[in-house]
Design a protein around this ligand. Structure first.
Ligand code: ACO
Length: 403
């Protein structure tokens, strides 16, 4: 038995907080969440207003710089992002090392990580302008890499970015066009995807953002730090939930089977959880889920898919769960991932690409937090402590191999 008190006697205050339920790891002025009220603000602006009135690149500028851009600032920012959408031709070789059926998030970890090899020597993280150009490069190149992951997995040639297109139009074209057929995006779908990116842009100290900060606290290359965030995002308890929601809805298959799955989710002996439900911070409706549900309606109407089976299933599942005592008592509401998969599906994005889409939206949040941390004079290397539960000092027996 470890004498914990003796062990930590001389260390001053010591808290044991698994999962950081009540420990702030930093100060930040980027995003505010009131989980009880279901409020989300980026730099003070409500997510509902940003989703309605701003496009994704405006929101990126806001998150990075603290203020919304005026027309001139936005045009300059857009120009800078557009000028960096190409990836070095040698980067395409990295794709060829992967099996065609590799999960896109595995490829993302490898290829975004490889950007650190292309932008390392010239980078001084103490220089604000070097940090700014890293942010622009990441926001510009991640969509190109996401689209390349998709093309690689389907055995199709990569489509190069086109400077005349908007951020989202360009991405959809790189995903859907082929050398034989160009792709002209429907403006309603472009707006829907833009809004998805806005809703995913930042969410304070979630697991992947905290991972980026922890990796960056040692002074590591920002492209490598963002890659650490991508790896963390992949898990089903975090960004992987959007893929898991769609798989779950397809498995449920019919509204008549919803009660069976709700029962499974409540069974403590069954590891199954309702994917897209619950959140560490929101104990009320996730405001992003409300906006996502509205976007779902808009996209399905535009495509003439009003009777979409997955959407009907999702809405019925939400209705049943929200009337169930278990979900009421534990304050489990739909989160952002619950409806995002249905919209992405309608946009022609394959299910295994959903988490990579999340990464595309969240890249700005990751890099903004990294930048805020590096610029903070109080910044220190992140070094959590532990509550040791192992054996105390003992000697290796002389004949230990014989025992
Ligand atoms: N279905 C059924 N029960 C649930 C669910 C769910 N989706 N979520 C939480 N619970 C239950 C837990 O079993 C636990 O019950 P207990 O108190 O009896 O032990 C209680 O609610 C609290 O859950 P925790 O796991 O302790 O809460 P935590 O804050 O650690 O986890 C999380 C939050 C990971 C999001 C969790 O709700 C979950 O696994 N949800 C499903 C996955 C998901 O949708 N993830 C996306 C999150 S949002 C995002 O990353 C963008």
């Amino acid at each position: 038995v470890v004498d914990v008190q003796a062990l930590y006697r001389d260390t001053g205050m010591f808290t044991y907080d698994p999962g950081f339920n009540s420990t702030a790891s930093c100060r930040s002025s980027i995003t505010y969440i009131d989980g009880e009220q279901g409020i989300l603000l980026y730099r003070g602006y409500p997510i509902e207003q940003l989703a309605e009135q701003c496009n994704f690149l405006e929101v990126c500028y806001l998150i990075l710089n603290g203020e919304l851009p005026n027309e001139k600032e936005l045009a300059e920012f857009q120009y800078n992002v557009t000028m960096h959408t190409m990836v070095h031709d040698q980067l395409t070789n990295f794709f060829k090392g992967f099996r065609r059926d590799a999960h896109p998030m595995a490829i993302m970890v490898g290829v975004v990580g490889a950007l650190s090899a292309f932008y390392h020597d010239a980078l001084d993280i103490r220089s604000k302008s070097d940090r700014e150009i890293s942010a622009i490069r990441l926001i510009a190149k991640v969509p190109t890499i996401v689209a390349m992951c998709h093309k690689y997995s389907t055995g199709m040639p990569f489509m190069y970015p086109q400077n005349k297109l908007s951020y989202v139009e360009n991405f959809l074209r790189m995903m859907h066009a082929t050398p034989c057929d160009d792709y002209v995006a429907n403006p309603v779908l472009v707006r829907a995807l833009d809004r998805i990116l806005v809703l995913h842009a930042d969410h304070e100290q979630n697991a992947s953002t905290s991972t980026v900060r922890l990796a960056g606290s040692s002074g590591a290359n920002p492209f490598a730090c963002v890659t650490a965030g991508i790896a963390c995002l992949w898990g089903a308890a975090h960004g992987g939930a959007n893929e898991a929601v769609l798989n779950m809805l397809e498995k449920i298959g019919d509204v008549s089977r919803i009660p069976e799955y709700v029962k499974k989710a409540k069974d403590k002996n069954d590891p199954f959880r309702l994917m897209g439900f619950g959140h560490r911070v929101y104990k009320n409706y996730d405001p992003r889920a409300k906006l996502m549900r509205q976007t779902c309606h808009e996209v399905l109407n535009e495509l003439g898919l009003q009777n979409n089976k997955l959407f009907e299933l999702a809405m019925e599942l939400e209705r049943i769960a929200l009337e169930d005592d278990y979900f009421i008592e534990k304050k489990l509401y739909p989160n952002v991932d619950f409806y995002s998969g249905i919209v992405l599906h309608a946009l022609g994005i394959p299910t295994n690409m959903f988490t990579a889409m999340f990464a595309m939206g969240r890249t700005v949040g990751w890099i903004a937090h990294w930048d805020e941390m590096i610029a903070d004079p109080e910044q220190k290397i992140g070094r959590p402590r532990q509550l040791y539960t192992g054996a105390m000092r003992r000697d290796v027996p002389a004949n230990h191999r014989k025992s």
